[in-house]
Design a protein around this ligand. Structure first.
Ligand code: TXA
Ligand code: MG
Length: 327
């Protein structure tokens, strides 16, 4: 599958492929997505097939702006207010489908709702405008595995199963969008992301938000084991077991290896630091790439240092907890 640098020509080519029912991976500010024409049932079905995605897990439909979303879903005042404040950006809204909504039913996985998001990445915006139709786009990883924040990982995961990768370097945010359910009377965060409950509260006029963190996922995609490397993760580690790799956050100075030795003695391929200065934005942007880099059969497991449960740390810990589960 061709990996193409972004030019006006490659954008036109990508749009033509999508119009013809093919799949194209493209960058967003959160993670790379695998796009299909959301009106094309067969193209959307193909996404489920190549991701190995269970058919009960609905897919986000990407639009250029709120005006485009209005054609697909019932936007109420709350939806208009948060869209006006956070779109384009890393926020997905779950809303009732409009009567006669032309988006493939597969995107809703049998639910009466649809997830819509206007991404902020300039390439995603250009592609959406060139297409003129919405793009169904889940994260560009095999179902359950670590999400892709670089074009190389997309290409490695899918090879010829997709028809083009629009390559534009690493994603700035690195974690999937916040999923906010506005289909019921009480707004609920189904997946934490860069737009936090504190960011949303004032825009929702002080309405109580269900901030999620349930053991039982309300979003069908929040399967317990998700975002997972092939080797185990050990969270909130304060030292290392021999044979483990280290995913550090902040200073590694006090990380020792049980039985003797220090983290700094580990070989380069066994040690990553999400952010030496303890910056959560930097940590989010590095998370999936570093998990992927440490996911080697010669590591027994990955020891992850504690990450504070605040701001973006909530979303980072959400991904880490799911990645750490064995089932
Ligand atoms: O940042 C993102 O959101 C990325 C980029 C590519 O935009 N996309 C992404 O898509 O993460 P995906 O398919 O990997 O995750 C979509 C999440 C899943 O947890 C899914 O269950 C949930 O959104 N979702 C989608 N439609 C839904 C619906 N109608 N009701 C409840 N949850 C829904
Ligand atoms: Mg995903």
């Amino acid at each position: 599958m061709p990996v193409k640098a972004v030019t006006d020509e490659s954008i036109r080519e990508a749009a033509a492929l999508l119009r013809g029912g093919h799949l194209v991976a493209f960058p967003t500010e959160t993670v790379y997505g695998i796009g299909a024409n959301a009106f094309d049932e067969r193209a959307v079905a193909r996404i489920f097939e190549i991701k190995g995605r269970p058919s009960f897990n609905p897919v986000i439909v990407h639009v250029a702006d709120a005006q485009a979303a209005e054609k697909l879903v019932e936007m109420d005042d709350r939806a208009r207010a948060v869209a006006a404040r956070f779109w384009p950006g890393p926020l997905t809204l779950i809303l009732p489908r409009r009567d006669g909504c032309p988006v493939s039913g597969l995107c809703s996985a049998g639910l009466p709702t649809l997830a819509v998001r206007a991404p902020a990445h300039a390439v995603a915006q250009k592609l959406l405008k060139e297409c003129g139709f919405p793009l169904a786009a889940p994260s560009a990883n095999k179902s359950g595995t670590v999400s892709a924040t670089t074009p190389a990982y997309v290409a490695q995961s899918f090879g010829d199963e997709i028809d083009m990768v629009l390559a534009s370097g690493p994603c700035a945010i690195g974690l999937e969008s916040t999923v906010l359910d506005l289909s019921g009377s009480k707004p609920a965060i189904l997946r934490p992301g860069a737009v936090t409950a504190e960011d949303l509260a004032p825009v929702l006029g002080g309405i109580d938000i269900d901030a999620g963190n349930h053991e039982k996922p309300k979003s069908p995609g929040q399967l317990l084991r998700h975002y997972a490397p092939s080797i185990p993760l050990r969270l909130s580690a304060v030292d290392l077991i021999p044979g483990e790799a280290l995913l550090a956050f902040g200073s590694e100075k006090f990380m020792g290896i049980r039985g003797g030795g220090a983290a700094k003695d580990l070989p380069d391929e066994s040690r990553r630091n999400l952010s030496e200065t303890g910056d959560l934005n930097e940590a989010a942007a590095n998370l999936f790439r570093m998990l992927h880099e440490l996911d080697r059969p010669d590591h027994k497991s990955i020891a992850v240092m504690n990450i504070p449960e605040q701001g973006l740390g909530i979303a980072i810990n959400d991904r880490l907890r799911r990645a750490a589960r064995r089932s």
